[in-house]
Design a binder for this molecule. Structure first.
Ligand SMILES: *Cc1c(COP(=O)(O)O)cnc(C)c1O
Length: 421
């Protein structure tokens, strides 16, 4: 459920007409709904009620300061995957003891930044990384809390580019080697080995892979405890999918996911952490774009938009589907027609949808890409010297620009000319 609904013939974000935002900030832009962000966070928090837990928002999904602050004020922790994200979380007011640091290639500088500023735990992904964290902790005179990310070798049944829990993926250490790796970790005086971490992929639309992974984590917890490790925290990663097509997807609900966690792991008495990103931000954001031209082609019409693959890369990168709707509500019963919906970038990959049925549209009309809040703005680029598009946050009947569109001068002046030119 989200808060982007038609009202009086026009699409609204909460109580603000999309067309009003478009008039104020120009197109294309991203718009997020505060109520939707909070609702999704709350669903996870409620799903784990009765269990000692922390929901750490995977901020790589959408990392604007205003979004982080909205969620942090509701009690969310953050899952970060770079030193930059760590600093963003701190800047948004998240205390170090609510920040977990994931990622397969943390550098010494990033580790030092986190250990200096305070960290809830590092989710360690390799033995060399473990040695570096230990060395830096000793140098700083602190003890680094860690979990080890284990790779449970389960098939997440998702797109290959976002599956992470198979043995062929680069993530974590094979579960079969856990004993050895935990023994080594326990011998390092700069580390406090507190738990186990697992994250098997993104956009999972079934519970079964989670169940397989968490069952293995439960067995591993018992085994490591028997080997003398004080396993007290389980970080279960993110990955619960969202419905990208309104019509027919029905991924499991957070409450069902929470029940599965309790069923598979509840008996262990561990503190539970989860790291949802997509499900919190995905359906809380739209990308709004304007039709520049309607072009009649050979047997098809093209809707050429002012938004492009550099603004929303998911269709080009993952063959992802986004529902695209007209901002002016279609008259009931109006005959739809198929369009190829494309951006202006000089690549055939700059195609958002083929033969998509839409109400008749003309130049100047606004369209909204649904489910664009996660992995949208954060993956955008300035390819073709197209400025990063603004981000807007709506709260009830208010809205604010939370990232401005840069001017062309700002973009051009970021480059510097060597003295020999
Ligand atoms: C990407 C990622 C997440 C979030 O995944 P979603 O599918 O957005 O919920 C959580 N944890 C880790 C380690 C990740 O890499």
């Amino acid at each position: 459920m989200d808060h982007f609904l038609y009202r009086d013939g026009a699409l609204y974000a909460e109580d603000v007409p999309i067309s009003e935002i478009a008039a104020a900030v120009g197109t294309p832009f991203y718009v997020y709904s505060t109520a939707t962000l909070l609702r999704h966070f709350q669903l996870f928090d409620d799903a784990l009620s009765g269990t000692d837990h922390l929901v750490c928002y995977a901020m790589k999904a959408a990392s604007n300061q205003a979004i982080l602050k909205t969620l942090a004020q509701a009690g969310a922790g953050m899952d970060v995957v770079s030193g930059g994200e760590y600093l963003r979380a701190k800047a948004a007011g998240v205390p170090g003891d609510k920040i977990v640091f994931s990622g397969v290639g943390k550098t010494a500088d990033e580790i030092r930044t986190a250990l200096t500023g305070g960290i809830r735990q590092f989710n360690v992904e390799s033995e060399p990384e473990m040695e570096v964290i230990n060395a830096i902790a000793l140098e700083l005179g602190v003890v680094a809390p860690i979990t080890v990310r284990v790779n449970p070798d389960v098939d997440a049944k998702t797109h290959a580019k976002i599956a992470t829990g198979k043995s062929e993926n680069k993530f974590g250490i094979p579960i079969a080697r856990a004993s050895e790796v935990y023994a080594r970790a326990a011998s390092l005086p700069g580390l406090d080995v507190i738990g186990i971490d697992v994250h098997i992929g993104s956009q999972l639309t079934e519970l079964e892979p989670f169940e397989m992974a968490y069952t293995k984590v439960a067995e591993l917890t018992e085994q490591l405890r028997a080997e003398g490790h004080n396993i007290r925290r389980l970080d279960l990663g993110g990955g619960l999918g969202i419905p990208y097509t309104r019509a027919n997807d029905a991924p499991p609900l957070p409450v069902e996911y929470g029940a599965l966690i309790k069923k598979t792991l509840g008996h262990l008495g561990c503190e539970i952490e989860i790291e949802p990103g997509r499900l919190i931000a995905g359906n809380a954001g739209l990308m709004v774009s304007k039709v520049i031209y309607v072009k009649s082609g050979e047997g098809r019409d093209f809707l050429i938009l002012d938004g492009a693959m550099n603004d929303l890369i998911r269709p080009a990168m993952y063959e992802a589907h986004h529902d695209i709707v007209a901002v002016k509500e279609p008259v009931p019963g109006v005959e739809q027609q198929p369009y190829d919906i494309v951006g202006p970038v000089c690549e055939s990959g700059d195609t958002f949808a083929k033969e998509r049925n839409m109400p008749p549209l003309e130049s100047g009309d606004l369209v909204a890409f649904r489910s664009a809040g996660a992995y949208g703005a954060v993956m955008s680029s300035e390819y073709n010297t197209r400025p990063l598009i603004p981000e807007v946050l709506v709260h009830g009947d208010q809205f604010a620009v939370i990232r401005e569109r840069p001017s062309f001068d700002e973009i051009i002046n970021r480059d510097t000319i060597p003295t020999w030119l």
